[in-house]
Design a protein around this ligand. Structure first.
Ligand SMILES: [Zn+2]
Length: 255
């Protein structure tokens, strides 16, 4: 039987039947923003889409989840000095996330997973989740794919792990994204305040936050070592992400 998990390819009657069988929906969410000279602007939403589709395929025999069309725009004002970036305002993004979730819950989807591919979407997602709490007849979850595999990532990638870096380039490459191999560059990122780390999820403390434009910390748009990227590393990370994402789907399916 054909694995029809794409909501966009289903008729309304097929969706009606599906909800009786499985009430789980996945929403891939990313961004359209610069990813340095070697990766296209689609990278974040490409990766999120791949993880959502592949996990739906993997759980198909037990759970016939659906995957909505990808939300391909995110919150990326800090990348706007690089061409090709398209950003939503945070309010638009959180409203869009909530509107998609409300629509799904109105039809009977009771478990919704946002599969996020862009760190900058974090605040908009959190705001949407808080706004929906108590108002939506569904439980909405959100996963940042890299947070499913930080242990594997720490073992094999060259830090900093931030943007169009070793980690992201490896994963995108393995998942089939277009990579301009000989355009890959290494740029560790400039420090904004000496002694305090630039964004890097694996760096030891002290960590501080501030708002900044990507132009302040990188000339190429890369923060990390994209020449270290390999498809093999991407497979190790992607396999861990998929194993844990499908385990999570299995777990909430029981609830
Ligand atoms: Zn990215």
């Amino acid at each position: 039987m054909e694995k029809q998990f794409l909501l966009a390819n289903m008729t309304w009657q097929e969706v009606e039947e599906r909800i009786k069988e499985c009430d789980i929906a996945l929403i891939p969410l990313g961004s359209t923003e610069q990813h340095g000279p070697a990766l296209p602007v689609s990278t974040d939403h490409y990766i999120a889409t791949q993880f959502a589709h592949r996990s739906a395929e993997m759980v198909w025999d037990k759970h016939k989840v659906v995957v909505t069309p990808t939300i391909a725009f995110g919150f990326s004002p800090h990348h706007m000095e690089f061409k090709g970036t398209i950003t939503l305002s945070e309010l638009t993004l959180s409203s869009m996330i909530a509107d998609v979730c409300y629509s799904l819950s109105q039809h009977g989807f009771r478990k919704i997973i946002i599969v996020n591919g862009h760190g900058g979407n974090g605040t908009a997602i959190a705001n949407a989740l808080h706004d929906m709490q108590g108002n939506i007849d569904a439980k909405v979850y959100s996963v940042d794919w890299w947070n499913l595999a930080t242990d594997k990532i720490a073992e094999i990638v060259t830090p900093p792990v931030y943007h169009a870096c070793d980690m992201e380039t490896s994963v995108a490459w393995y998942l089939g994204q277009r990579v301009l191999e000989d355009k890959r560059v290494d740029e560790p990122g400039k420090t904004i305040v000496p002694g305090f780390v630039i964004p890097d999820m694996l760096a030891p403390p002290p960590h501080v936050s501030t708002s900044y434009s990507m132009k302040e910390i990188t000339d190429s748009g890369v923060v990390g070592y994209s020449t270290k990227a390999t498809k093999e590393k991407g497979k190790i990370i992607a396999d861990a992400v998929l194993e844990r994402l499908t385990a999570f789907i299995e777990e909430i399916a029981k609830m």
